[in-house]
Design a binder for this molecule. Sequence first.
Ligand code: SF4
Length: 230
Amino acid sequence: MPDTALVRRARKIDRVLAETYPDARCELDFDDAFQLLVVTVLSAQTTDKRVNAVRPLLFAAYPDPAAMAGADRSHLETIIGPLGFFRAKTESLLKLSQALVETYDGQVPGRLEDLVTLPGVGRKTANVVLGNAFDVPGITVDTHFGRLVRRFGWTEQTDPVKVEHEIAALFPKRDWTMLSHHLIWHGRRRCHAKKPACGACPVARWCPAFGEGPADPEAAAALVRTEGRA
Ligand code: SF4
């Protein structure tokens, strides 16, 4: 069991981040679980903004797993070309949609244990889909989340699955999805990997890593991004 002081501090930080980022949500656009699954896979090594830009064309051409499973490879490559790694990503989408058609009757399954059997889908992607398309609470351990929870001293683990389990023990299940959004937004806007904006951080007083970036308010304010990136 985690100690009470740690739990209290962690929940306080989450509450303050929730107030700071009331619009925190999944920054990838989607209309249904299939779209979210696909755009999450596509978001590797690129920005959510770029993925959002190709989404309309992609799903106008291939609105469901059956359509995408039968896609013309070079046409699909052309659509997702702006995202980089387009050959590998096209291969992933073809395999993913074929597996959905063959194993899940063309539907995205709503259980973690099924989602992770799909080609190219790990726990991170599965938890994004569960939390945002199925309302099943999930913790998304991406690079921002991992960095922040270690800075906060909530865990020392670096393995994403261990991180997920240790953080899950600090929060009620119903909070897991929004907690993920709050931390990812904070990581994208203030608590950067290099030069976090410590002097302009609303949770600085509870953060053991305060001072890792500039503590001077003016210098820190210059580092704050109003819009997320990556
Ligand atoms: S004080 Fe600095 S390291 Fe801590 S959360 Fe804020 S920006 Fe990140």
